[in-house]
Design a protein around this ligand. Sequence first.
Ligand SMILES: *Cc1c(COP(=O)(O)O)cnc(C)c1O
Length: 430
Amino acid sequence: MQYYSTNHKTSPVSFKEAVIKGLPDDNGLFMPERIPELPKSFFSSLHKLSLAEIGYNVAESFVDEDIPGSALYKLIEDTMNFDIPVQEVEKDTYALELFHGPTLAFKDVGARFLARCLSHFSGGEAKKVTVLVATSGDTGSAVAHGFLGVENVDVVILYPKGKVSKLQEQQLTTLGQNITALEIDGTFDDCQRMVKSAFLDKELNNRMQLTSANSINMARLIPQSFYYFWAKAQLPDHDLVFSVPSGNYGNLTAGLLAKKMGLDIKGFIASSNINDVVPNYLASGKFSPTASKQTISNAMDVGNPSNFYRMLDLYENDWDKITEEIKGYSFNDDETREAMKAVYGLTGYTLDPHGAVGYLGLKNYLKDHQATGIFLETAHPAKFKDVVDEVIGNVDVPERLAQYMDKEKKSIEMESEFEELKKFLIKGKS
Ligand SMILES: *Cc1c(COP(=O)(O)O)cnc(C)c1O
């Protein structure tokens, strides 16, 4: 399988190259040259398969010969070592709980798969891979955990000093092993600029194999398709719509891939907070990226979502086709809080602010459509304890989250200068 750039200014590459490079040189996004349709026999036996078996069938043709079958199966089994339950919240309304992994958010799925792919690719080669990632909080911890203890891979995380929550910082700085946290005296934008400079620096790239664990890496996208099949396997006789609380639109794009592979999905709902460029596009046909606005569902505060360009590509830029399959709704923080409160009051189910936006989108859709709805619950409510406590009272913090608070923080402080980062990387590798 070859991967082309959505900008079409570079030659197609293999899965391996797409994963290691992360981004094509022409600044587009990698896309598979075709979306393989899965055989009828796969769909008729879906309910009998484990999550890893489903994942293997889905990933096989995307990965192709770059990872041999038995290694791929093991890698997926190891990635998906936690459950993804489908939980009934109300009649015809289900939560797909994606937060049972190590960092309690769905990003664990993509980050763990990517980590294991990179490790596989660097096996047997002299050069280790160094993953550089800038984080404003959550992505960094999913990536760090995804790579923790993975062979042949070092991870260097840059985060802005004093600008992530205490819990997030503990999740980034207490892991040790192959994970190093750099505490940058600057903003998230500074961290991102430093990382970008590193990828563009010829000398650095000659000396070491640098890679990004960015959310737009194909190896993060593909495994996010697995759980759409998995959800269908739990509710085989239902006409399903998926409501996806969205920021960078990776999760939603993975759902579109699943549908193109032949999964029977009636439609998708793009649910956003007030960062509503995609719902606006769906309503008007015009895409107007803007600066992001801060909300209580902060992992979705994205003003120019990267994966939107993949969505356009999948539908050949045809607005009529896109709007046939995807409806969009946006909600403000007050509406989000009200939904959290109402659902908790009526059912006892605790929504996190992101899941609450997904729930709201679904409810809006179901007002005038007949379907069974699944909204993606993308994070455990305890990850957003401040908001959840304020809205519905004290949320229990699971042990695997609480444990970070007692561990010793280890970080390296650094000025927000690329030359400092470069010195550090070269010194560390010599
Ligand atoms: C990243 C994230 C989202 C947004 O997902 P996209 O794939 O970027 O649209 C939603 N909820 C949570 C909790 C997240 O961490």
